[in-house]
Design a protein around this ligand. Structure first.
Ligand SMILES: Cc1cc2nc3c(=O)[nH]c(=O)nc-3n(C[C@H](O)[C@H](O)[C@H](O)COP(=O)(O)OP(=O)(O)OC[C@H]3O[C@@H](n4cnc5c(N)ncnc54)[C@H](O)[C@@H]3O)c2cc1C
Length: 477
């Protein structure tokens, strides 16, 4: 039942039925994201032009209707789910992309998909490095709101490092632009960076201008195996300390390798069973890659128990396919997964490896871990069976211990997925009361009526108490 029926009728009258959908099917489709925690939306707004957004925000403020912005709903934290009901504005059809090949820039509307931006840039010889695994589905608006990262983060950085300018709406309904299509901008407070990572709580992004870099001329892939996880982490520290900067440095612990091997039927390392691996890619000019390759092979000879270089692009692709499969492959260890995208500083990698071993022993759960070692962003996957109460409770305890440990190790409870609903119980582990108050003051200053994506981040939401939808999403393969 609608909580704001009069306001929704007014919205319909002002914007029309093509722009405002109130049928049950449309509303249900935007009620959840990849976390699969669902809430009823009262209407879906599909704006045709910017003026529609201004009208919607004006009415939402006047009538106190919550508004949740939606890209493609791939968020893993519930950040795109309308926990307080109200209206969901869906921008996934705003997909225009224009590359300025001379300036090395791209202007993309908020609903443009990450992979389409990458392809448009590549067609003109340019490269857009932030590459979340969900890149074929997720939008640049969602990437900006979550400050999304990916495998290339260690060398090139994350979404924030590529955003030059943003266009969009303040929660109060005024249109604003933050930054210009220039590589430098130092004129006033940097609200562009405040919007990046704000999870749709401080403004609605309608378009972004992104910086591009030249396509790397050459790439080279090496797979290395280590005695155990601590040895792999030690070796990674030695690699970065030697100033070798791979474009990608992915870690898979022995459990992740096992799952990926079973899912793909491929043996990652013939003759080397049960070992963690680092999958490394160098990228750059041919000369740069040649020089780094020499250093990398010397490093591997010293630290790895086995190594295998891809002889050509097809072999490299086969290795990357194994990496891409490992996340999904973990479901052989449990029907439910808590995918925690924590970050640990380099100096504490080995302590973290020891902690994970203890967490596995104490909880009795399978906890395969993989991730982007180039920037310390590890995906700790706590696997359990939903129907087994003992496992559910063990997983709940394990996630709390994990969050406390990463904060104690000077790390972050999220490196790229954000807080949303799922991480809200741990937000105050990361931030002191003064820090939370400062963030709330910013929120209040920009959104005095509290209409934009309310109920997230600052308020504790216990995901365990909410049933998850049994739906298969396009990216659940
Ligand atoms: C299989 C899979 C793999 C993934 N891999 C990665 C990964 O490697 N790296 C990574 O960082 N993430 C990853 N994610 C998480 C997710 O894809 C990202 O967080 C992504 O950035 C969300 O984009 P979206 O368009 O789906 O946004 P949504 O899920 O629709 O929204 C996410 C948040 O952004 C806000 N938002 C969306 N659009 C706008 C806008 N225009 N203006 C303001 N706020 C907006 C929403 O309100 C919400 O708070 C993965 C998810 C899945 C399902």
């Amino acid at each position: 039942m609608s909580l704001h029926p009069a306001a929704t009728r007014l919205l319909l009258r002002r914007l029309g039925a093509k722009c405002v959908r109130t049928d049950a099917k449309s509303r249900a489709a935007v009620g959840f994201d990849s976390s699969k925690i669902a809430f009823p939306a009262e209407a879906v707004v599909l704006p045709r032009r910017e003026a529609d957004i201004a009208v919607m925000l004006e009415l939402a403020n006047r009538h106190g209707v919550p508004v949740t912005v939606r890209g493609r709903g791939t968020s893993l934290t519930g950040s795109a789910a309308p926990v307080r009901g109200g209206w969901v504005i869906d921008l996934s059809h705003w997909r225009t992309i224009r590359v300025d090949a001379e300036a090395g820039l791209v202007r993309a509307q908020a609903g443009a998909r990450n992979a389409d931006i990458q392809r448009a840039a590549a067609a003109k010889g340019w490269f857009y490095p932030p590459d979340p695994s969900s890149h074929e589905y997720c939008t640049i608006g969602g990437n900006i709101a979550c400050n999304a990262g990916g495998m290339h983060g260690g060398k090139y950085g994350v979404t924030r490092d590529f955003v030059l300018a943003l266009e969009g709406f303040l929660p109060t309904g005024e249109f604003v632009t933050w930054g210009t299509p220039t590589r430098k901008f130092s004129a006033g407070f940097n609200l562009r960076d405040l919007w990046i990572g704000s999870e749709g709580m401080l403004g609605i992004v309608t378009a972004a201008t992104l910086r591009l870099i030249p396509q790397p001329e050459s790439r080279w892939t090496l797979l290395t195996a280590f005695r155990d996880e601590a040895a792999a982490f030690r070796a990674a520290r030695a690699l970065f300390g030697a100033r070798v900067q791979p474009a990608i440095c992915e870690f898979l612990d022995r459990y992740s390798v096992h799952c990926a091997e079973r899912a793909t039927g491929a043996t990652v390392f013939p003759g080397v069973a049960g070992k963690p691996v680092l999958l490394i890619e160098l990228a750059g000019s041919a000369g740069e890659v040649r020089a780094q390759r020499k250093a990398l092979l010397a490093w591997a000879a010293k630290h790895a128990v086995a190594q295998r270089a891809a002889r050509n692009r097809a072999e490299a692709e086969a290795l990357w396919a194994v990496r891409r499969k490992c996340s999904r492959a973990m479901f052989e260890l449990g029907d439910s997964k808590l995918n925690e995208d924590v970050v640990v500083p380099l100096k504490n990698y080995e302590r973290f490896a020891r902690f994970l071993d203890k967490l596995r022993r104490d909880s009795g759960l399978a906890i395969p871990t993989f991730g982007h070692l180039g920037d310390g962003n590890l995906h700790v996957n706590i696997m359990y069976h939903r129907a087994i109460a003992k496992e559910r409770r063990a997983a709940e305890r394990a996630v709390g211990r994990l969050m406390r440990e990463v904060v104690a190790l000077e790390g972050a409870i999220s490196g790229e997925h954000g807080i949303g609903l799922a991480k809200s119980p741990f937000f105050r582990l990361q931030h002191s009361p003064a820090q939370v108050r400062a963030m709330q003051a910013v929120k209040h200053a920009l959104d005095p009526r509290g209409i934009l994506n309310p109920g997230k981040m600052f308020e504790v939401f216990t995901v365990w108490k909410h049933p998850r939808l049994e739906v298969k999403l396009p990216w659940d393969h």
